[in-house]
Design a protein around this ligand. Structure first.
Ligand code: UDX
Length: 459
């Protein structure tokens, strides 16, 4: 008999998990409280941009093995329930808001008719799984035993299908051997192809996720702190980073200096981890994360100051092209996007900002409706006094600097991601500023070869 899986919460995480579970051969029911989202998903339409996911969604909804509903009661008969609801930053503080995970458990459990395994995937403050077990125990119908397990998700937006189908590790936080076996069956294919499995308790499983994100954030802020030193001394952080990364103990990944991290996970997760440490009386253990957060936020101000400097001290009335709105390429997610934050700050300082992003325009408009949006990169560049590259989409990296130069009023570019081919842009007459790098003037092709010939003749 086909194992049935329910996925509660169908955002970036849940929709991906649901479609990938169907791809693995399970019958899947996705549940969400948002009727618009459910209507889209039921029709095989993905309500956000994620490469590779629309194809899976369409194939499995068409085949009838993947369906969606707003009624949590319909999920009651599934063999395994995955919790994928959001845990955003609380409106009144730095901690994570666990309202939705609690509501999901409280909503599901009274409908259960047989013993059930509820597997949390959402990122939660340590201790949440035990609290959810207490909620489940209190609400379980007579004779029904509910077990909570924790199986954190490490998927990256933009690569979520690959990360879900071929994860680099599986963490199974369980309180019984039966739960471990059930999860090993669900992930049979990945385990069979060599994915390492770490079996642990609930608390450690919860901690793995926040620790992983805190470590990644720390690595990015570390190199951005070095970028600050480079800016004060004339060093080039891209060279420092390259050299550091060759040390196998350090590695190149997440060592790219630039505008820093954003998105729905890293910023909120480090804050929630600090807040939780405070609640547990060990706040000193994580006070360094405040510095990590501060360094990250300072990068945004630094770009605004650089832009002000580039246009001669005042942004008032200056036309600025902002390339990028998503928090990183390959997503339309603008949550805590450094690019949009900078665009908004420039506008507040009086600049005439025009933003373009290949995928995130609608989301950007919804968050910052007063910014001006261009229809294309070329449209954003037209007449600009300054160009800012803030999200490193390949479309921007592939721009022809000579053609781009013909569109702007001034060939000045700030590369907030240290991603452009500096020499190509400089040879096309652009002045170039990266983050943590010296300012670079345009390269003017000199008559050097002729001079060399003269010397040879003399010799
Ligand atoms: C992150 C984690 O990687 C993932 O495991 C977790 O499940 C969710 O959070 P995501 O938010 O999708 O994933 O983005 P990620 O690719 O990790 O990038 C995070 C941010 O760091 C982006 O804003 C990116 O631009 C920035 N970044 C990344 C850098 O500034 N420098 C780097 O070297 C790498």
């Amino acid at each position: 008999m086909t194992t049935t899986i329910s996925v509660i919460g169908t955002g970036y995480l849940g929709a991906t998990h649901a479609a990938c579970m169907a791809e693995l051969g399970f019958a899947v029911i996705g549940v969400d409280t948002d009727p618009a989202k459910i209507a889209d998903l039921s029709a095989g339409r993905l309500p956000f941009y994620e490469p590779g996911l629309p194809e899976l969604l369409r194939a499995h909804t068409d085949a009838g093995v993947l369906r969606f509903t707003t009624s949590i009661a319909e999920a009651a008969d599934a063999d395994v329930h995955f919790l994928c609801v959001g845990t955003p930053q609380r409106a009144d503080g730095l901690g994570a808001d666990t309202t939705h995970v609690r509501a999901a458990v409280a909503g599901l459990v009274p409908h259960l008719r047989r013993d059930a395994l509820i597997v949390g995937k959402s990122t939660v403050p340590v201790g949440t799984a035990h609290e959810l077990q207490a909620v489940a125990d209190a609400l379980a119908p007579e004779g029904v035993r509910v077990e909570i397990a924790w199986n954190p998700e490490f998927l990256r937006e933009g690569r979520s299908v690959e990360d879900t189908l071929r994860p680099d590790r599986l963490v199974l936080g369980v309180t019984s051997e039966a739960a471990e076996q059930t999860l090993r069956t669900v992930y049979e294919r990945a385990i069979g192809s060599g994915t390492p499995v770490v079996v642990t308790d609930l608390v450690s499983a919860e901690l793995v996720k926040v620790s992983a994100n805190a470590f990644l954030a720390t690595k990015i802020s570390f190199i951005n702190a070095v970028a600050e030193l480079c800016e004060a001394t004339g060093g080039d952080v891209t060279d420092v980073s390259r050299a550091l990364g060759h040390d196998a103990r350090i590695g190149h990944a997440f060592l790219k200096a630039g505008l820093g991290f954003g998105g729905g996970c890293l910023p909120k997760d480090i804050r929630a981890m600090m807040a939780r440490a405070g609640e547990l009386g060990v706040d000193q253990a994580l006070t360094f994360l405040r510095e990590v957060d501060d360094i990250n936020m300072r990068r945004r101000h630094r770009v605004v100051d650089m832009a002000t400097d580039e246009v001669g001290g005042s942004l008032l009335g200056r036309r600025v092209a902002v390339l990028g709105a998503a928090f990183k390429p390959l997503t339309d997610d603008v949550r805590d996007s450094p690019a949009l934050n900078v665009a908004a700050q420039l506008q507040l300082r009086g600049a005439q900002v025009r933003v373009y992003d290949p995928q995130a325009m609608d989301n950007a408009r919804a968050v910052f409706p007063t910014l001006a949006y261009a229809d294309s990169a070329a449209d954003a560049l037209a007449g600009a006094d300054l160009v800012l590259l803030l999200t490193e989409w390949s479309e921007f990296l592939e721009l022809d600097p000579a053609q781009a130069g013909d569109l702007v009023a001034q060939r000045r570019v700030i590369d907030g991601r240290n991603a452009l081919d500096t020499d190509a842009w400089r040879r096309a007459g652009w002045s170039y500023r990266g983050l943590g790098r010296p300012r670079m003037e345009p390269i003017v092709e000199s008559a050097a070869p002729a001079a060399a010939t003269e010397l040879e003749l003399v010799g």
